[in-house]
Design a protein around this ligand. Structure first.
Ligand code: SAM
Length: 321
């Protein structure tokens, strides 16, 4: 197992099942083009084999299936079935929720317990201008159906100054009323945002967000696990929410994440475009693959930031947000 001088080791794997997405969110998809996959994406079996090898060689115990949009991939059902037998302690899915209701049955069948739904607004018109696709009512119905099926739902919102700051309180209240934890993700300076003014114009930091919420609620800091990426807060008698404060309270020193892109490249850090292909290993005999992975994992670990997210031109949807 690879452990670096900060004591970091890989425990959490994020797999981008496909880079294709049925949305084209303004902060994620550079040119507004939907449904663009990577060239030469791994098939479902190769993906499941990669996860299995990483469980054995890197000590991965938790898996998040993401993308792109994982629920539009024809690989989703079989991949989910395949990884449920690997002895992982936790499997979760991150989705925009558009196809959630139709995937609830396979999630139930495989015993999937957790889903994060990305939802930046409850207003149908700003929904269309941020996601540039999709239907808000369908997403809300998907959330209801997942909750009714006993799947634990969290909602992820990227708050932005001009695009959806007015939706912070409505979304927080929507989540509190349903016992759903809302997690605000500070806008990250990635992909095309590195090359235009959007990041500077739209970024809302943790303190500004907390001031906004404190106008209506008492907010207390709550405990969070050591390697948690979110700072947790409690609103007494109402519920909890979290802030993934990439900028305001970086979590690089305790980051245990590893990412596998849909075309079979490992990334040790969101803030570093260095990546290492493992495609050629997926058809090797087990002992050869495991052996070679050690070198790859050492390189991936060395590419982790030491202190803070510094921004990167890599696009989130390609490497698994
Ligand atoms: N399609 C799925 C979804 O919408 O949840 C999974 C992929 S999406 C890339 C995963 C997460 O990354 C979403 O919650 C999205 O809001 C977030 N994201 C993408 N670009 C981001 C950025 N520049 N800053 C912060 N969050 C970002």
């Amino acid at each position: 197992m690879i452990i670096d001088s900060f004591g970091r080791r890989f425990q959490n794997l994020r797999v981008s099942l496909t880079a294709a997405c049925n949305y084209a969110c303004t902060y994620c998809v550079p040119d507004g083009k939907k449904l663009q996959a990577q060239s030469a994406e791994l098939d479902g079996e190769e993906m499941a084999r990669a996860v299995s090898l990483l469980v054995d060689s890197a000590g991965i115990s938790r898996l998040r299936i993401t993308g792109g949009e994982p629920l539009i991939s024809p690989k989703f059902d079989n991949f989910l079935r395949g990884v449920t037998n690997l002895g992982l302690t936790d499997i979760a899915v991150t989705t925009n929720g558009q196809f959630l209701s139709r995937k609830v049955p396979v999630m139930q069948e495989t015993g999937l317990k957790r889903v994060n739904v990305s939802l930046d607004t409850l207003d149908a018109s700003s929904f269309r201008s941020i996601a540039r696709s999709g239907d808000l009512a369908t997403v809300l119905d998907g959330i209801d159906q997942a909750c009714a099926a006993g799947i634990k739902v969290k909602v992820n919102m990227v708050p932005m100054k001009t695009a959806n700051e007015d939706q912070v309180m409505p979304l927080l209240k929507y989540c509190l009323e349903r016992g759903i934890e809302l997690r605000f993700i500070e806008l990250m300076n990635m992909g095309h945002l590195k090359r235009n003014q959007m990041y500077e114009r739209e970024f809302i930091g943790m303190e500004d967000l907390l001031s906004l919420i404190r106008n209506e609620f008492e907010v207390r800091k709550a405990d969070a696990p050591l390697d948690s990426t979110s700072v947790r807060f409690e609103i007494p008698d109402r519920g909890r929410f979290g802030i993934i404060a990439n900028e305001s309270e970086p979590f690089c020193r305790t980051c245990t994440r590893l990412r596998l892109s849909s075309n079979g490249h490992l990334y040790g850090c969101l803030s570093n475009s260095k990546n290492y292909s493992i495609r050629h290993l997926l058809h090797e005999p087990y002992h050869i693959a495991i052996n070679e992975l050690q070198g790859v994992l050492r390189n991936a670990m060395a590419s982790k930031q030491r202190l803070a997210f510094t921004g990167e031109t890599t696009v989130m949807k390609f490497i698994g947000g």
